[in-house]
Design a protein around this ligand. Structure first.
Ligand code: GLC
Length: 450
């Protein structure tokens, strides 16, 4: 980061976005406390970080095979996939379908009818209408599971808010919609979170992989916990002795434990979201909010006369108009150049920005994305220290991690500062985890059954 040319007033204004090492350690301590509450039977009902048991116990070993369907709901896109696994090899065909906003905010029945319809269209196109294929359903929202194919929605997150789904078993809702549709047959083998899918798809090749992380539209992580620590899973067959825990860490802070680092921008983003008061950690980190956090800071600095001579444009002052991808693009300019920054400001109808403005704008972007990377890193380091294994690979997917030019390096640096001596780690991009992982969970389930 070349910060020497940034105006001092901008630097001062951004100070509240900086999390120093002692602060990150304090956040890590609070997070560990919340994870333990989520895992324990007695404290789970009121816990904020829910630590949901996923019923996924066995990681893939590379020998899984067969033909599987997968549904992936919960990121920017809804996808249907057909996956063929053979020894250490896979083939995948997929199609993206839009979920229009009126469906995201409509009735649950309507949502699942839409999903069934897309599935049928896809199966027709792929000529598998006559087969009864096993299906893995990646459903990336908080679920209380009572089995690998049974999950009750606890609450919607990100942009979704469909009626009559919270409190219901979403696998049953999918099956009912497929029955209403009438012309396709499938066998739902597993429902899983995108973090679990990401972990599974990396573990297929890399046996050290024990954490799955998403930094995309939303943010969340899962990890492999010893069964004896997962108290809500203690009455189940011992199996491998491990179980994957879906942390739902987006909700961290919903009881106020992050208020000591939240800023006016965070409060603004939250108040204007579809779920005020919820997912406060996620709202400081993920792609759905990072652009808006940046825009709010830029708006404030403009109004204070620190940017653009005090005058910007209606676009910059419009909620949601500064996309998260702008942050990645602006920070992709090689040091000393401001090409993307200028282009983006032009797109926002700001035609009078000086070079100094561009340097300052980049600095604001860097502060917002570094804070996100630091929060994610604090969470990952907490897990690494808790698991206390000498070598762990973290599988990561999501648009922010994938497209932000420095997110990986920022995370490497901060995790290294927080992790206990003797623990080594890698961060590995696990592309398409939520699709591939769904097939793998379904495949492992059928391998174990056999
Ligand atoms: C939200 C969801 C969570 C998911 C994450 C990433 O936090 O609640 O289930 O894993 O987004 O998509």
């Amino acid at each position: 980061m070349s910060t020497e040319k940034v105006d001092q007033a901008i630097r001062d204004g951004c100070k509240e976005l900086v999390l120093d090492l002692p602060t990150l350690k304090e956040i890590s301590k609070r997070f560990l406390n919340d994870v333990n509450k989520g895992l324990k039977k007695e404290t789970h009902p009121t816990a904020i970080v829910k630590c949901f048991v996923t019923f996924v116990q066995d990681l893939p070993n590379g020998s899984e095979k067969g033909k599987f369907l997968a549904l992936d709901l919960g990121g920017t896109n809804f996808r249907v996939l057909l996956i063929e696994l053979s020894k250490h090899h896979f083939e995948m065909r997929s199609k993206i379908y839009a979920i229009p906003q009126h469906i995201m905010l409509g009735s649950g029945e309507h949502l699942f009818d839409h999903i069934a319809d897309c599935l049928a269209k896809f199966m027709k196109q792929e000529h598998v209408m006559d087969e009864t294929l096993p299906l893995g359903f990646t459903f990336s929202f908080p679920l209380t599971q009572t089995g690998l194919t049974k999950g009750t929605l606890e609450r919607w997150t990100k942009g979704f808010n469909c009626s009559n789904v919270v409190g219901n078993d979403v696998v049953q809702m999918l099956k009912d919609a497929i029955a209403r549709h009438g012309d396709v047959k499938i066998e739902v083998c597993a429902i899983l979170n995108d973090t679990t899918g990401t972990l599974m798809s990396c573990a297929w090749k890399n046996p050290n992989c024990r954490i799955g992380l998403i930094v995309g539209t939303g943010s969340n992580a899962c990890y492999v916990e010893r069964q004896k620590n997962a108290e809500l899973f203690d009455d189940v067959d011992k199996g491998s002795g491990n179980v994957v825990i879906n942390l739902e860490w987006g909700a961290f802070g919903d009881d106020g434990v992050l208020d000591f680092v939240r800023t006016a921008y965070d409060r603004d983003v939250d108040t204007n979201s579809v779920n005020p008061g919820k997912q406060l950690h996620e709202k400081m980190i993920s792609g759905m909010y990072m652009g808006e956090l940046t825009r709010l800071a830029l708006e404030r600095f403009t109004k204070e006369g620190l940017l653009f001579g005090g005058k910007a444009s209606e676009a910059l002052f419009t909620r949601g108009r500064f996309y998260t991808k702008y942050v990645s693009e602006i920070e992709s300019d090689p040091p000393g150049t401001i090409t993307s920054c200028r282009e983006i400001l032009e797109e926002l109808d700001i035609h009078h920005a000086t070079d100094q403005d561009c340097i300052n704008v980049r600095y604001v972007c860097e502060r917002v994305s570094k804070r996100a990377a630091d929060l994610v890193s604090s969470g990952i380091a907490t897990l690494l220290n808790k698991m206390n294994q000498s070598r762990v690979t973290v599988a990561i997917d999501g648009s922010v991690y994938k497209y932000h030019p420095h997110f990986h390096n920022l995370m490497m640096e901060t995790i290294s500062q927080l992790v206990n001596p003797g623990i080594t780690f890698d961060l590995m991009l696990s592309e398409d985890g939520s699709g591939r992982g769904a097939a793998l969970v379904a495949a492992v389930a059928s391998r174990i059954r056999q």
